[in-house]
Design a protein around this ligand. Structure first.
Ligand code: SF4
Length: 216
């Protein structure tokens, strides 16, 4: 049973993902860092499609942190109910808006550390916002990135923190953000959680999950 890919093989995997998904990008709709932050908080345990549906109208009405505070927790909860976990998401969004107003003049902070101080913003959300809104290289490990990278052998960890560390080592820094989106694309389209489409997967020649016959 093979346990590791070589550095060269990891780069080959990245090249295949580049070929497969040259235009991989965030699938949440947003026009500015503030909208991305709200959309990313809403996306916890919810699909991007659903979040986009909810935010399409909501972002026309609610544009700046004060709008959310004026609206209040209960009314916001009703607007975002279909995204799930609406009570805690509403509380966190309004808490984040209050903090941005009191500490950052109503702007979204630009570093991962500052972002993580906002209510409802963990490392994954902070990485998504920092990389997609501010161009800071980051690898947000969501369920797709975790599964795909550990199956292939780009990472070898049982937890999200270890996976992020492995990926930061395996992937050149200037490819972090793109590779993150490409793994999400691959996880949604081919390397699915329950039944990965290994026979149709161009990564299979290098993938440890496939080579070791884990899914057979
Ligand atoms: S070969 Fe299978 S497990 Fe490996 S990346 Fe492709 S779909 Fe995923």
């Amino acid at each position: 049973m093979r346990k590791r890919l070589t550095k060269n093989e990891k780069h080959q995997v990245l090249d295949i993902l580049d070929e497969l998904y040259p235009n991989a990008r965030a699938e949440l709709n947003f026009r500015n860092p503030f909208e991305l932050l709200i959309a990313t908080i809403l996306s916890a345990q919810c699909t991007d499609v659903r979040v986009n549906k909810v935010t399409e109208e909501m972002f026309l009405e609610l544009k700046v942190p004060m709008d959310y505070i004026d609206l209040g927790e209960e009314a916001l909860e009703n607007k975002i109910r279909s995204c799930g976990l609406s009570k805690s998401k509403s509380r966190n969004i309004i808490g984040a808006c209050e903090k941005m107003l009191s500490k950052y003049d109503g702007r979204v902070p630009e570093t991962i550390e500052e972002l993580m101080e906002l209510p409802g913003v963990g490392r994954k959300t902070a990485n998504v916002v920092a990389s997609n809104a501010f161009g800071i290289p980051a690898i947000a490990v969501d369920t797709h990135v975790f599964r795909v990278s550990n199956r292939i052998g780009l990472a070898s960890s049982k937890n999200v923190e270890g996976t992020e560390k492995d990926l930061m080592k395996a992937i050149p820094r200037d490819r972090w953000t793109k590779a993150h989106h490409q793994m999400i694309f691959h996880g949604r389209r081919v390397c699915k959680a329950r039944s990965p489409l290994c026979e149709d997967c161009l990564v299979s020649v290098l993938c440890l999950y496939y080579i070791n016959g884990v899914g057979k």
